[in-house]
Design a protein around this ligand. Structure first.
Ligand code: ZN
Length: 452
């Protein structure tokens, strides 16, 4: 669907028999990446385990074609940190600002710290944001409701944070990037998460979502919304409609419901309301999840990693599409090599070397000129012997204790893995990776304006 460069790598003109080798270079925007999490600075649960490798993480993302990263703000602190990152990586990193349902206990009187943790002591303790991460070890007290005076202050402070962020654009300090980029591109992450009421009660979550929606609706101009909804669909849609109208007709810039794991009906309703669906590794866990992904229209699709969480695992239903793709790629490569060898053999047979140049061509040709048949057969044999086809890692993966420069850390998902999301979506939907990438790119640019 998008223009792609179909010229062959060696510049040779294609013959009808040639395999459909396109040189499409995928491009990705990770719409949900928690780069403000200290884990990307080598800090795990308040303890430093390895050097700060955030630059490496961003570098790997850019290397695979993920050139735009929308960093999730899910609390005051992480929103501020995300905004700081937009200055560190102008034109590459963009930010959202909001209060995640799992961070919404700040609205409750039992919350004993200042809601803006960057203004209070003991940051180390509070620096690991829960967001979509694993469950906490200590449950929070339930049943003490909403502190309304505190709530008014929180919303006023969030409004100030947003206003300040919107009045500053990011420019490169090195002056090599003259055009300023918007730092803040969305309101959120916010919403409802009834799977994790141990972070924050339903009552407080509903309050947090509702007052933030009112703030989002009052902004002039509005920001697009970055939304989270988990096991809370009916309340989620009801509150959205209360804020923006029954058809969300007052929602000026649209929004995305990220990390989608709901049902096909829920997804349909969100798409009908004009919302986009964010797909990450959590969306591929079961066969039912994958069936839902199959129904996401390309015009409504966005992709994300939600790193450091939500990586695609071999136990996930979606993993098999990566394996399938790998098998296909290997078969295609073997077929191409065989065809090339045949063509080379035929050419060698019919070729009459020009006078005085005998023997020259052979030395000057790349090694693939004469591939012995035996070698091909060996390759085929090896392929057939392999019991479990593996999905290769693009980068080395090491445990955090054995951290090394240039390697990914085991268990810490990062944006360069977004290529897997695109591949799996393509496999599930039976479309090309190019179609997935280009659709998601266009949708994201349209809503968040990150291509300026
Ligand atoms: Zn989320």
């Amino acid at each position: 669907m998008a223009e792609s460069n179909t010229e062959q790598p060696n510049g040779a003109s294609t013959t009808p028999a040639a395999p459909p080798l396109t040189t499409y270079t995928p491009r990705y925007i990770d719409i949900g990446i928690n780069l403000a999490d200290p884990i990307f600075r080598g800090r795990y649960h308040g303890k430093s385990r390895h050097p700060d490798d955030l630059k490496g993480v961003v570098g790997r993302a850019v290397e695979v074609g993920c050139t735009k990263l929308i960093v999730t703000g899910s609390s005051f602190k992480s929103s501020r940190d995300a905004l700081k990152l937009t200055k560190e990586f102008p034109g590459t990193v963009f930010a959202t600002a909001g209060i995640h349902p799992c961070s919404s206990s700040i609205f409750s009187p039992s919350h004993h710290k200042h809601h803006d943790e960057s203004q209070s002591e003991g940051e180390d303790e509070a620096e690991h944001t829960p967001a979509c991460g694993p469950d906490p070890t200590k449950p929070i007290l339930d049943g003490d409701g909403v502190d309304h005076a505190r709530s008014a202050t929180i919303i006023a402070d969030l409004a100030t944070l947003i206003t300040q962020a919107r009045t500053t654009t990011t420019t490169s300090s090195s002056s090599s990037s003259p055009s300023p980029s918007p730092g803040l591109v969305a309101f959120g992450e916010f919403g409802l998460d009834y799977d994790r009421l141990h972070y924050c009660s339903k009552e407080v979550q509903l309050h947090s979502f509702s007052v933030q929606l009112a703030l989002a609706a009052s902004l002039s101009p509005q920001l697009p919304l970055f939304l989270h909804s988990r096991a809370a669909h009916a309340d989620f849609v009801r509150l959205l409609k209360e804020a923006f109208g029954p058809r969300l007709e007052r929602l000026e810039r649209g929004g995305v419901v990220h990390s989608f794991t709901g049902t096909a009906e829920e997804m349909r309703e969100l798409m009908d309301l004009g919302l986009y669906i964010g797909i990450n590794g959590c969306s591929f866990k079961t066969a039912e999840n994958c069936a839902v992904v199959r129904g996401v229209e390309l015009e409504r699709l966005m992709i994300e990693t939600d790193g450091p969480w939500c990586e695609v695992r071999p136990s996930h239903e979606g993993w098999k599409y990566l394996v399938e793709l790998e098998v296909k790629a290997k078969a295609a490569a073997a077929a191409a090599a065989a065809a090339e060898a045949d063509a080379a053999a035929a050419a060698a047979e019919s070729a009459v070397p020009p006078e005085g140049q005998e023997g020259h061509g052979e030395a000057g040709q790349p090694e693939r000129k004469q591939r012995p048949k035996k070698q091909q057969q060996q390759q085929q044999g090896k392929k057939n012997q392999k019991k479990e086809p593996e999905v290769p890692e693009r980068y080395n993966v090491v445990k955090k204790e054995k951290w090394e420069e240039g390697a990914m850390v085991k268990g810490r998902n990062e944006p360069c893995t977004i290529e897997r999301i695109a591949k799996i979506v393509a496999g599930i939907k039976g479309v090309s990776v190019e179609e997935v990438c280009e659709a998601a790119w266009a949708n994201t640019v349209k809503v968040f304006g990150v291509d300026s």
